[in-house]
Design a protein around this ligand. Sequence first.
Ligand code: PHE
Length: 453
Amino acid sequence: MMQSGRANFGSKLGVILATAGSAVGLGNVWRFPYMAGDHGGAAFILIYICCVFLLGIPCMVSEFIIGRHAAANTARAYRSFSGGTLWGFVGYFGVLTGFLIMGYYVVVSGWCLQYVFASLMGHLHGSPEFFTNYFQTFEKDPFKPVLWTVVFMFLTHYIIMHGVREGIEKASKMLMPTLFVLLLVIVVSSCMLPGAGKGISFLFNPDFSAVNGDVFLGALGQAFYSLSIGMGCLCTYASYFSKQTNLMRSAVQISLIDTMVAILAGLMIFPAAFSVGINPDSGPSLVFITLPNVFQQAFSGVPIVGYIVALAFYGLLALAALTSLISLHEVSTAFIHEEFHTTRKRAALIVTLSSSVIGAVCSLSLGKWDGLQICGRSLFDIFDFFTGQIMLPIGGFLTCLFVGWYLPHKMVHDEFTNWGTLRGKFFHIFIFCIKYICPVCILLIFLHQFGLI
Ligand code: PHE
């Protein structure tokens, strides 16, 4: 089924770094540390790691199997196996989810660029109120956030336009190592602060009394979002894998990188916050209001270090966002390029322009067009809620059923073992997880978040 002449990643390292680039994103830096801190520290981390291994990795391998076997965009991949049944729609659903996620993800990515610029220019210093005002004024500005959104979209466009090997792979090989270096610089600076030990023990002290059903469901939801499962990114990237790529091993390596970055993000935030006695918040206010203040206070003795750490932090966030956005863009670009028989460049431009418009509208819905609300939520929140809480779990759930129950067992086995060249030791565990454990757990989170169980 492999189409000859189709683009592919040139090396194993390219496969790992590009796919890890999709996984490592804003979710690792602002969501994971807070979730861990709030839900029992090391206890949450342990549960999270179990979710990654038992549920995340099997789902990732499933998407890899579909993508690599079909060697086509997500919509065509599912359609090609569906034999004209409704299963074909799962792929279209994935493409739509990816496209919508991009619409608000790019807005937050644009905010990161503004903060890179602001920290470079030395604008990020003042009283705690200053940081709150700064963010709120910026977020509601009718012009600046839209400009950064469009700039970010075109940055992504530039990389996508150069294709799979020269664009995505090359960029990932440069961006990911830079990201790791920045991460380490900040972790070391943060952990060396006086009083940092309290932050480290907050993160690593297992508090099993905080563990309840919500913690399991929170960990599972976080694992899916963080690993980019359920919306065609992994399937699209896998369509560029070679026949020699060991799917299971790659999934394990990518998940380990993603988890390590999430834990290191905690080590960057908590020690600094505890050393100045500020309680870390969650979501946008953590990254754009609390942390600039933390960095300023923590390094007030040597302001130049504070300046470098803030700049490194926003640079890191922008890079993490960029590599995730590339994967989101690629889902739609591959779809338009292959389904509408247009050139890759034109497909990329269509995606860039349309997502810039959606991003701009989402951004304006937080300020100038705040009347643009559905059920009392801004368009930005609606996109976030609808894609993350509804569409991603549905996509993940259907993919499990598709691979576990619908696809021919032999085909799944062939892909898993690279046509018998690998031993496939974990195949039976994989099939068991994908048939029973994953669908049941996803269904549980889904029902729980609506208060149905
Ligand atoms: N995994 C990314 C993150 O952690 C988010 C993402 C989700 C990216 C789905 C692509 C697809 O931020």
